[in-house]
Design a protein around this ligand. Structure first.
Ligand SMILES: NC(=O)c1ccc[n+]([C@@H]2O[C@H](COP(=O)([O-])OP(=O)(O)OC[C@H]3O[C@@H](n4cnc5c(N)ncnc54)[C@H](OP(=O)(O)O)[C@@H]3O)[C@@H](O)[C@H]2O)c1
Length: 317
């Protein structure tokens, strides 16, 4: 509190969010605006502002034009980076996504950005055979190197799979359970998943913006489920009668590809299955989020999975 008990005004300065009209970025942006911050976004989808229309300054997320990125970030104090790709498609590769992330970080440093809050993933590793997790580790290293060279300080936040409506994975599991008589559980289904609410991740990101230390933290929810139990929970919540059938991962991927053709999307990739089955979507650290997936699911059972959410529609049109 300030003098006379008045609430302290937030420090001046603009905050930038890549993908403010996307999933995590939107939650971070809502929190920043609610805290009285000015926000600008770097995005390839300016037309998706929705409830944020007119409240956020919009700039292109164009990695081919670093000078324009630097110009956009001139007045920015903190950059929240949500940029990443889920899978490779055409010219969009993980190597290129790593290079693009470096371009963004350098542009931020050049513009004098004080701090970068970066959204990563649980269990990134430069030794990982999975390009998603390996690429994430390389991006983290690029950020640490930039800080060590006198650039912005950083907070690296590593979420597991996120939920909260508008997510892709858990929503589409519910969608499949609502529509098909059979749901393929890949392998034994005993690999663990520890979902975290997207707004708990956003709250952590916003809280860490005002820190000055370099921080690396997992962002995980309070509940962990074997994958098959998670699917069974969603099945019950949405009133599905689908039979959960254990199938070899290859057969599950084939079935996924068939449904993928129906909805014109990539439902699940081989690498995502490997990551899931290797137990990479859990953390050994204490939970940071308080929202329980089971409670959220109960409260949102009527809406979850009503609409299919397409990765390709979101990012490739
Ligand atoms: N969703 C999860 O369950 C989950 C779990 C763990 C970690 N993460 C990490 O959290 C961060 C945010 O994830 P999110 O699900 O919230 O992502 P998102 O909002 O769908 O996308 C985040 C940003 O990446 C850009 N982007 C995504 N795919 C792209 C592509 N193929 N080509 C070009 N740009 C692309 C988006 O561009 P536009 O602004 O143009 O839309 C946006 O700026 C990512 O780093 C992700 O790896 C997500």
């Amino acid at each position: 509190m300030g003098e006379g008990g008045a609430p302290l005004a937030p420090p001046p300065g603009v905050f930038a969010v890549t993908g403010a009209f996307g999933y995590t970025g939107r939650h971070i942006t809502r929190r920043l605006l609610a805290g009285g911050r000015s926000v600008l976004t770097l995005t390839g989808h300016p037309e998706r502002a929705g409830d944020l229309a007119g409240r956020v300054e919009v700039h292109p997320l164009d990695f081919n034009d670093p000078r324009r990125l630097t110009a956009a970030l001139q007045e920015v104090e903190v950059l929240f980076n949500t940029y990443w790709i889920r899978f490779e498609r055409g010219p969009v590769t993980f190597d290129r996504a790593v290079a693009s992330s470096r371009v963004l970080f350098l542009a931020a440093a050049e513009a004098g950005v004080r701090r970068i809050v970066h959204i990563s993933i649980t269990n990134p590793s430069e030794e990982s055979p999975l390009p998603y997790f390996r690429g994430k580790a390389l991006v983290e290293r690029a950020l640490r190197d930039l800080t060590a060279a006198g650039g912005p300080t950083h907070a690296i936040i590593r979420p597991t799979v996120m939920f909260g409506g508008e997510d892709i994975l858990l929503n589409n599991i519910a969608w499949l359970l609502r529509r098909f008589p059979l749901f393929p559980v890949l392998g034994r289904g005993d690999y663990p998943v520890q979902p975290v609410h997207v707004d708990d991740v956003a709250a952590l990101a916003v809280a860490l913006a005002d820190d000055t230390r370099n921080v690396v933290t997992d962002a995980v929810g309070p509940e962990t489920f074997p994958f098959r139990d998670l699917v069974a929970l969603i099945r019950r919540a949405v009133g599905s009668r689908a039979v959960l059938l254990q199938v070899p991962p290859d057969l599950g991927l084939t079935l996924g590809a068939v449904v993928g053709r129906m909805v014109r999307d990539v439902i699940l990739t081989r690498d995502e299955v490997r990551g899931l089955m290797a137990g990479l979507l859990v953390s050994a650290s204490p939970p940071t989020g308080t929202t329980r997936f089971s409670t959220w699911l109960r409260d949102n059972a009527v809406t979850v999975g009503r609409t299919y959410r397409s990765e390709l529609a979101r990012h490739y049109v």
